[in-house]
Write a protein that binds this ligand. Structure first.
Ligand code: NAG
Ligand code: NAG
Ligand code: NAG
Ligand code: NAG
Ligand code: NAG
Length: 387
């Protein structure tokens, strides 16, 4: 019933649009569509220092080339968000900055290069650190907030900029790379998120890297709470994130949006409708002439979540401030575990099973709710950008 009405409304919208197409209507265009590749941040939970630096292929792994190939060749996606841990890229003993662990970097670069240079897709570089550094043992809450001047153990905003300058320098000649400043900042002054984001943008541009940058907001960069105070009354993201300055005008807003009761992606019931929850964000993006990519979302293996995902991806298609999305999550190390949305869904990694021995999210959630939304008009060439 609801579905029928939805399609009738969409049909009416399409007819109206078709009628005025001759006068050149801006058509909603999703440029980037894909999946998270999570695994580079694994193996550190529990005791402080555990899993650091960690062993490649044992404690962590970035991507499985075979499944990346399946996503590109069969699913025709063009976008992978590839996580890594800052404490591994820049060991705590070195301090946050430009001195990298070259082994970890080259393992990460292998994954990025396979996605971008070999397969021609875009790769979003994701320091999966919640804007914190020095103790990932109980992410998202452990670690000192970057730029917290009253915490003597915290990395400074200047060190964060030095880190980004070095990372961008190493990727500046790869047009298929997108720079994600950090995963899910939360419970910190929104002004400080703006400051850290701006420092990263300045550092990236200073080394001559022109690619697309994604800037996150507060409250785990949730779209539904973009115009609300989060944490202990931290200012809404909407009050500060429109003050970012990118001399190349190639920065978009990074949004995460889960569809369960508390937006955490930890329940198998979807009950938070993205279209109404994202409405304020959409207006804010329009008013500020900004674009956004929803780089994390997900749902469980049930019809209720399929409907909520369908509604969200349709909403993104219908509003041209949204230029991309990537689902949470695939990755070689999930095994039968569920990265999202309750216990029994499994991951989006092709070829794996869920914890019940049944088909995983790739054969259920992806196949039913996400695959039908993969546009055929994705961006396939040129430098990562807003258009
Ligand atoms: C660098 O990372 C590799 C794993 O990628 C690890 O084996 C090695 O011990 C690390 N070195 C330092 C100095 O942390
Ligand atoms: C900054 O550091 C101080 C001192 O450790 C701490 O009390 C405060 O909670 C920290 N601020 C944030 C946003 O984490
Ligand atoms: C959207 O904005 C209106 C008006 O400011 C507010 O009443 C409402 O709570 C907001 N909704 C969300 C989901 O933030
Ligand atoms: C990579 O994925 C393929 C296809 O699902 C699978 O056969 C293979 O075992 C995977 N390799 C690793 C190291 O996970
Ligand atoms: C829904 C979900 O799994 N979100 C996760 C995103 O990233 C990290 C894992 O690396 C988790 O802390 C979040 O819960």
């Amino acid at each position: 019933m609801a579905t029928t009405i939805k399609y009738m409304v969409r049909f009416a919208q399409l007819s109206a649009l078709t009628a005025v197409l001759a006068t050149s209507v801006a058509w909603a265009k999703i440029l980037y569509a894909g999946v998270n590749e999570s695994g580079g941040e694994f193996g550190v939970f529990g005791v402080k220092g555990q899993g650091l630096p960690g062993r490649f292929g044992v404690d962590f792994e970035f991507t499985n080339q075979t499944t990346v190939d399946i996503f590109v060749d069969q699913e025709k996606i063009n976008f992978f968000r590839v996580t890594f841990l800052m404490e591994r890229m820049v060991p705590i003993a070195f301090g946050l900055g430009s001195k990298f662990n070259e082994t970890y970097f080259s393992e990460y670069a292998d994954s990025i290069n396979h996605i971008t240079l070999t397969k021609g897709a875009y790769a979003l570089i994701d320091p999966h650190n919640y804007m914190r550094y020095n103790d990932p043992s109980s992410q998202p809450n452990s670690g000192s907030v970057i730029g917290n001047t009253t915490d003597p153990t915290a990395a400074t905003t200047e060190q964060f900029a030095e880190f980004w300058g070095e990372l961008a320098l190493r990727f500046r000649s790869n047009p298929k790379v997108v720079f994600g400043i950090n995963n899910e900042p939360h419970d910190m002054p929104t002004q400080l998120i703006l400051k850290n984001n701006q420092a990263a943008i300045d550092a990236i541009r200073a080394v001559g890297a022109p690619q697309l940058i994604l800037a996150p907001g507060n409250g785990f960069t949730g779209g539904h709470s973009w115009t609300q105070a989060t944490g202990e009354n931290d200012a809404p993201s909407s009050e500060f994130l429109n003050k970012l300055v990118d001399p190349l005008h190639n920065t978009a807003i990074d949004i995460h949006e889960y569809l369960d009761v508390d937006f955490s992606g930890s329940h198998d019931v979807c009950s938070q409708p993205a279209p109404s929850n994202l409405a304020n964000l959409t207006t804010w993006l329009q008013e500020n002439k900004l674009k956004a990519i929803v780089s994390e979302f997900g749902g469980a293996n049930n019809q209720n979540c399929f409907d909520f995902i369908d509604d969200m991806l349709t909403y993104l298609e219908d509003n041209d401030v949204y230029i991309g999305w990537s689902a949470w999550a695939a990755g070689p190390f999930w095994g039968t575990n569920s990265p999202c949305c309750g216990a029994d869904t499994g991951s989006l990694e092709p070829g794996q099973l869920n914890d019940m021995g049944g088909p995983n999210g790739f054969d259920t959630v992806w196949a039913t709710a996400i695959r039908p939304h993969i546009p055929t008009t994705l961006k396939r060439s040129g430098i990562s950008s807003l258009s």
